[in-house]
Design a protein around this ligand. Structure first.
Ligand code: HSE
Length: 337
């Protein structure tokens, strides 16, 4: 080894401070008829994770910084963001330790992919600490792992759109027959005209519980109808065809049993449709609802109409209107020295 090589090697071995802060958006899963398959990213809210390298290899410190009005554990063994971070660190075994802080902004049990945002923000932040970060696709197994811990099922319709952005369709491995194992996703180009309203009533529904009310099996006729509706919905979303959305967004298999968990669901849905929204559904496992409209004005009208039903029943709600977020999770701050 000549003197120059030796100098370069010892220089690269020197500990470098690296700091990264990431943001991962909320997501609307299912889009009505696309249970566990369709999901899209909503950039108006999300979780953030800040992460920094520590000089001691293997050291792991987890901190929680939450603006929510609920007690959240800072025990890394019980936190999805910490678990996702640990899994990546275990697999890649870097020469440094990590301190991460989850900045938890997303309400829990909201149907907006709260746990997915935490997993995704964590994976993106930890990944950003490496000298040669992986591409987003390589992070998918890690964020699915987080979703599996949070909900009991590694469904990708929240984590994939939150990570990648846009509207995503999940593809399953066709060689595995008895289980739906994700092996691909496809981005669906939603027509620019659509504006989404998300309304989050102050109710909590746990995804694990909301999955228990679903049927284990459906008839062949129901399966055929569901495939038809989902296919037509995707076509309508791509074409910007309002009447297709109106006709095919609603589903009976998942939405009908879950609607019973959401107080005043039918009235809220009808109010949005009456105000001019093209279609309304439950966001993920609820209690949030989403509406699709063909203009910002209609999206705002739908928000006000839905909110007034909740408020006349003494239920506080918040709403957001936005186009589909195309960016997905990203690094918002970083430094190295
Ligand atoms: N596809 C999942 C479900 C999304 O509906 O249970 C949970 O947000």
């Amino acid at each position: 080894m000549n003197a120059e090589t030796h100098y370069l090697q010892s220089k690269t071995k020197q500990f470098k401070n690296k700091y990264v802060r990431s943001f991962a958006p909320a997501s609307v899963a299912n889009l009505g008829v696309g249970f566990d398959v369709l999901g899209m990213s909503i950039g108006s809210l999300g979780d953030e994770v800040s992460a920094k390298r520590l000089p001691k290899k293997g050291e792991f410190i987890f901190k929680m910084d939450s603006s929510l009005d609920v007690d959240l554990t800072d025990n890394p063994d019980d936190n999805i963001a910490a678990q996702v971070a640990k899994k990546i660190l275990f697999d890649f075994n870097p020469d440094w330790g990590v301190e991460i802080t989850l900045h938890k902004n997303m309400p829990i049990g909201s149907g907006l992919g709260s746990s997915a945002s935490s997993s995704v923000a964590s994976a993106v932040a930890i990944n950003g600490l490496f000298d040669e970060p992986m591409d987003k696709n390589s992070l998918i197994p890690y964020v699915l792992y987080g979703e599996g811990l949070a909900t009991g099922v590694e469904h990708g319709d929240n984590v994939v759109p939150s990570l990648i952005g846009g509207c995503c369709c999940i593809g399953f491995d066709s060689k595995i027959k008895d289980e739906n194992i994700i092996d691909k996703f496809y981005s669906i180009p939603i027509h620019e005209k659509f504006v989404f309203t998300i309304i989050h009533p102050n109710l909590i529904i746990n995804t694990k519980d909301a999955r228990k009310v679903l049927p284990d099996t459906v008839s062949l006729a129901t399966m055929t109808r569901q495939i038809s509706q989902a296919s037509c919905l995707i076509f309508g979303l791509m074409q910007g065809n309002e009447s297709i959305i109106s006709k095919y967004l609603y589903d009976d298999v998942v939405t009908t049993p879950r609607s019973k968990l959401i107080a005043h669901f039918s009235d809220v849905r009808q109010a949005a449709l009456n105000s001019g929204a093209s279609g309304v559904g439950i966001s993920g496992s609820g209690p949030s609802l989403f509406a699709i409209s063909t203009s910002q004005t209609k999206a705002q009208n739908a928000a006000i109409a839905m909110q007034s039903v909740f408020s006349s029943n003494n239920i506080f709600s918040r709403y957001y209107t936005s186009k589909v977020d195309k960016k997905g999770a990203h690094i918002i701050e970083s430094s190295i020295d």
